[in-house]
Design a protein around this ligand. Structure first.
Ligand SMILES: Nc1ncnc2c1ncn2[C@@H]1O[C@H](COP(=O)(O)OP(=O)(O)O)[C@@H](O)[C@H]1O
Ligand SMILES: [Mg+2]
Length: 405
């Protein structure tokens, strides 16, 4: 695959067992990219009500009771009363997202679609009904792993099987003879959700994505974090000003670490194409976490998305990820023209470190240097200067932290 820097091992080695854990159902056909609403958060009338949220969970538990949904969290949610609904966090046109308390701990339940039955059915189950020969769990697992790798743009040319053996083969998974229809249906619905597949792949490889805690039917649970709209609004509040300023610098450093991590730490770059504060959250230790990753793509997938026909550069913009139009070929260039760092500087750092928000502090030499670095970082330019500008930002932010400004 072109464009992907190969680092020994990382994704390729750890991907198979990770995916294997998640992917034990047979995937038939490709996983669709979901059409996505933009700026939905502006339409507050779109917000869900508790009635909606509770109805969705009642329906899920009904599916569990009648044997069409399964998952490690179902008993706690539907039988033991150990997972309790708190409030819904979504907008009509987005994912269904709910805050719940699970054994005393806040967690978030997510699903792209409201009902399990709205996901594409698993054709293989129909096939089973027709009395066809049983497929072995391992065959299912291999097929599913390969399909998810393909979907994420990670399967190599001509690859028709996952690598086995030394890197942890599916065979090393606990042997199970039979998966119930409910288990297969639920896992299949989860795998149709780009975000779930992406999170599973990066689960133990990245501090910058939320932890997946379990699932019930088509809903998966992730750790609850302080979501962007909350911290972004309060970040410069006057209360406890010094501490806030330090926190902002720490957060900015975590954003920089995330950018470097997504650029360098995997076999392929990860491109973030929907950068806005509400799509990021922070942990208590101030690590920045990408919470809405269905617009995050590995390099090969990014090239596939960008490489379509065009009449001008405007046609080569995919949300925050842009390329340029090759007018002779009438095709967008497959290599992205801007970078994650540039977009984060434009959409997150520039508002944070604007002279208006900084007030009296804006004139301090280090602050002036920071504003200049952010301006340069946000300006459209060559990806080649990305590293230099990142290092400059890193230096200034570290000094600001050390000097407590
Ligand atoms: N792990 C999480 N912790 C806290 N809030 C979350 C979490 N995940 C999502 N949310 C909240 O739910 C909202 C919608 O989730 P998101 O994944 O961004 O859905 P969409 O794809 O519809 O934008 C987020 O903007 C955030 O407020
Ligand atoms: Mg979002």
């Amino acid at each position: 695959m072109s464009g992907g820097r190969r680092r020994p091992g990382c994704c390729r080695i750890i991907l198979a067992p990770l995916l294997a854990c998640a992917a034990f159902c047979l995937l038939l056909g490709g996983l669709p990219l979901r059409p996505r609403a933009t700026d939905k958060d502006v339409f507050l009338s779109d917000a869900c009500t508790d009635e909606d949220g509770k109805r969705i969970l009642r329906r899920l538990c009904w599916d569990f009771a009648e044997g069409s949904a399964a998952g490690d969290l179902c008993p706690d949610l539907c039988v033991r009363g150990l997972m309790v609904y708190q409030r819904c966090l979504y907008y009509e046109r987005g994912k269904k997202v709910m805050a719940v308390r699970w054994r005393g701990r806040p967690v978030v339940l997510k699903s792209q679609l409201e009902n399990l039955s709205s996901y594409r059915p698993l054709g293989w189950l129909e096939y089973q009904d027709a009395g066809a020969e049983d497929a072995s769990p391992l065959a299912i697992l291999h097929a599913a792993t390969l399909e998810v790798r393909r979907w994420l743009g990670l399967a190599g040319e001509g690859e028709d099987d996952v690598e086995e053996g030394a890197h942890g083969s599916p065979a090393s998974l606990p042997a199970r003879k039979i998966y119930s229809r409910a288990e297969l249906t639920s896992m299949w619905s989860l795998l149709q959700q780009e975000e779930y597949a992406f999170l599973r792949v990066l689960q133990d490889l990245s501090a910058h994505v939320p932890k997946v805690l379990g699932s019930c039917g088509h809903f998966y649970a992730v750790e609850s974090l302080s979501a962007g709209h909350a911290w972004d609004r309060n970040i410069f509040s006057l209360e406890n000003g010094e501490q806030r300023a330090t926190d902002v610098h720490r957060l900015a450093l975590s954003f920089l670490d995330m950018v470097r991590h997504f650029d360098d730490d995997f076999a392929h770059k990860v491109h973030l194409c929907d950068v806005k504060p509400e799509n990021f959250a922070i942990r208590k230790d101030l690590t920045v976490v990408a919470i809405d990753v269905d617009m995050a793509f590995f390099q090969p997938k990014m090239e596939e998305i960008l490489g379509h026909q065009c009449a001008g550069d405007d046609d080569c913009r995919f949300f925050d990820c842009t390329s340029s139009c090759d007018l002779a070929a009438r095709h967008c260039r497959r290599q992205r023209a801007n970078t994650n760092l540039q977009v984060i500087c434009q959409k997150i750092f520039r508002p944070w470190f604007s002279p208006t928000l900084l007030g009296a502090k804006a004139g301090l030499p280090l602050q002036v240097e920071l504003q200049r670095a952010v301006r340069e970082c946000a300006a459209p330019g060559q990806a080649a200067v990305d590293r230099d500008v990142r290092l400059r930002l890193l230096r200034v932010l570290t000094r600001l932290l050390q000097e407590g400004k």
